[in-house]
Design a binder for this molecule. Structure first.
Ligand SMILES: Cc1cc2nc3c(=O)[nH]c(=O)nc-3n(C[C@H](O)[C@H](O)[C@H](O)COP(=O)(O)OP(=O)(O)OC[C@H]3O[C@@H](n4cnc5c(N)ncnc54)[C@H](O)[C@@H]3O)c2cc1C
Length: 306
């Protein structure tokens, strides 16, 4: 129930104005977002790298509606990749890219061209790009663009969402040598016709997808904070004899940092997804939708006088 309220709010510009202008919101944003600019992104990356963690940086923004905005976002990524290289933060840091932020809603070709430029800059900087997954209406287009990009940049990563009924099939297609696949539960509001609705069904689907990826030939990136799924993934890694450089765990910035440290301490590769930029509204709403405790934290901050 709360989940759908927050996911509906994510798409409302009226709610965006209301929540973005509330003074307390800044404090909450700070917990999940590294800051507004590239310098903040670099600072957070340096701290995580010093702690032995890998990083995937996301310049916040989605559903771009003008060609100028799409170019500006692409340029942000090019600047970011240059700065990461100059700071010696690659290959520890890679980037995550939303195709809707670089023109997918305007024209697939535009999104492909910009993504190609970002992949070229990443290769030049000695690192990789992972294409984020957005709502199900974009999945076909995103996977088609991924296949094109992989012809020139085979290490471009995909994200698959376990809640989509189609995803087991997509896992089979992508569990091939050299293929980097991030498996997450999925963060959007989707209809029953395309997505499992109950927590149990989503978790079971996640495990089926995990089995396909871990038994396949690609490089699985296990993106979850769920203790049960993390334990199952550790078990599958032992069962399929995967070394620490043959799969990785991924978690979001500000979420379960102790668990991130524990997994890294146990010898696993752990990558933290670090968002930055001032377009944080949609991202924050999806984080609030995921977890009642985050909502309580938000509600307490909103009603607090401090
Ligand atoms: C690296 C990364 C990249 C992602 N990329 C995408 C993407 O491209 N597209 C997309 O749709 N979604 C993406 N997501 C979001 C994802 O789909 C989920 O919405 C999100 O990860 C929440 O699901 P969960 O698996 O962590 O488990 P949840 O179902 O949210 O939580 C399960 C359990 O995990 C534990 N837990 C969760 N959060 C906390 C916390 N803050 N503190 C303590 N325990 C906690 C609790 O025990 C909880 O019951 C990404 C997630 C990650 C980690």
């Amino acid at each position: 129930m709360l989940r759908s309220v927050f996911l509906a709010a994510a798409g409302s510009s009226r709610m965006e104005r209301l929540i973005s202008s509330a003074p307390v919101t800044r404090g909450i944003v700070k917990r999940f977002v590294a800051g507004d600019g590239v310098t903040d992104a670099l600072r957070a990356s340096r701290e995580l790298a010093d702690d032995g963690l890998a990083i995937s940086l996301d310049y916040l923004g989605e559903d771009t509606t003008t060609a100028e905005q799409a170019i500006a976002t692409k340029d942000q990524y090019l600047t970011l990749l240059g700065r990461l290289r100059d700071a010696g933060l690659t290959p520890a840091a890679e980037v995550s890219l939303k195709l809707s932020a670089i023109g997918q809603k305007i024209d697939d070709r535009m999104a492909y061209d910009h993504a190609h430029a970002v992949c070229a800059a990443a290769a030049e900087a000695g690192t990789t790009v992972t294409l984020d997954a957005e709502d199900h209406t974009t999945t076909d287009s995103t996977l088609e663009i991924l296949a094109e990009l992989r012809k020139d940049y085979p290490d471009t990563g995909a994200v698959l969402q376990a809640y989509l009924r189609r995803t087991e099939g997509d896992c089979r297609e992508l569990a091939t040598a050299g293929s980097r696949v991030r498996l997450c539960k999925g963060a959007y509001s989707e209809p029953e016709s395309v997505a499992y609705q109950s927590t149990l069904d989503v978790d079971k689907a996640y495990v089926r997808c995990l089995n396909i990826l871990m038994s396949g030939e690609g490089y699985p990136m296990i993106a979850t904070h769920d203790p049960r799924l993390i334990a199952i993934a550790e078990d599958r890694a032992r069962w399929f004899d995967r070394r620490s450089d043959q799969f990785e765990f991924q978690m979001l910035y500000g979420v379960r940092p102790e668990e991130q440290a524990r997994l890294a301490g146990a010898g696993h590769t752990v990558r933290v997804y670090v968002p930055y930029g001032d377009q944080w509204y949609g991202y924050l709403m999806r984080r609030l939708a995921e977890r009642p405790a985050n909502v309580a934290f938000f509600g307490k901050a909103l009603t607090s006088k401090k």
